[in-house]
Design a protein around this ligand. Sequence first.
Ligand SMILES: [Zn+2]
Length: 398
Amino acid sequence: MQAPFLFKAISADLIAAFAREGEHIGPASVSEIIVTAFGFWTAKLAREYETPFIVVAVPTTHPELPAHLHLRWVIERIKKLLKVDEWKAQKLASITLDLVRKFGLRIDMHSVLFDEHLEHSRTKILKALHDPDFPPAQASVAIGAGVLPWPETSLAARLELIGQDLNFAEVVSRDTTYLWNRPPRDLREVDSVYLDRVDMRDNKPFSAELGLGFSLVKPYAGVGRKPSQNYQLFAPILHYRATPNKWRTSGIVSTTYYETDRVARGGHSLADMIGAPLMSLPRVHVCPACMAVFAPRIAPHRCKESGPHALHLVEILQTRFDTGHTVFTAKEMLADARPPRGRSGDTVTQEALEEFLHAYRGSLALRAFEGTWKLMHKPAIKLKASATPEASAPHAGA
Ligand SMILES: [Zn+2]
């Protein structure tokens, strides 16, 4: 944990600020006061939990409220440590909180929620951060307080979540796509993957947003440019709505990173930021049987057995489009001479077919109209049991 280094820098400022108020304290006491601002009883406890402290510049594109700090606790701790009266303690506490905010010191909540090595202390850190006297402002803190449901935490499960968003499975199936876990926070094209906020109304969560902590990258050739000069970056976010009390992804935003232009203006290439060529990142695939989005290098894909075989279903839909049979019901599909078949060659129930068409309607180019399905265009998803080794990808990065 880099905390001792971060604390050293902010401690010097805080010691100087306290000295201006006529109070002299040492680094050990300063550490105790700082961790109290985040809700920890002692600095030792914060260390034991491996609390991931970071320094973050105030975001410009997604202005957010500063993370809640425990003012009352800091006042009490200062009174105890410095033997000063309430008035003086209040003044010193407000100096402390201002400095912590100005410095940008905070806890890396995405690391707390999602990093495997913090699994043992995840709930303890979140519990410390929650101030029972205030409604949570961060989704992560609300999750720890039991106000919001837990989202999927493993990277593989978070990646799978996005497959049903819009036409995302189709997008991934068409071109080489890479998974970039934990992109830099100051990369504004994808800084929303670190969103962490909740809107509380009447003591209940009304809505919340939580970035998934990873980005997807597609080498993209713009007009007059070679591939690998521009990249399409996707920033997936979870949205929470009180009804039906669930997290889900919706409307994944993508932006273009004009690498040549950025480098020419003194910016970084993606490879610089990744610290390795782009193609060294895990490749993302779409399962030709169940259409789940997965990255074999993160976790092997386990296909769900029930449901229609996606590759077969897409062929049927493409034929329907070519022959002008674009409006139909699931029941009619199953009554066809060539009905969709199940993943293990068995028959598919109407319920399973409906469920699948609904889940992947975006990628299958379908729209629902009063109990019928309509093909909006020919499905463009490219499902192939691809054996292409990752190293032979056409885009070699920078
Ligand atoms: Zn599958």
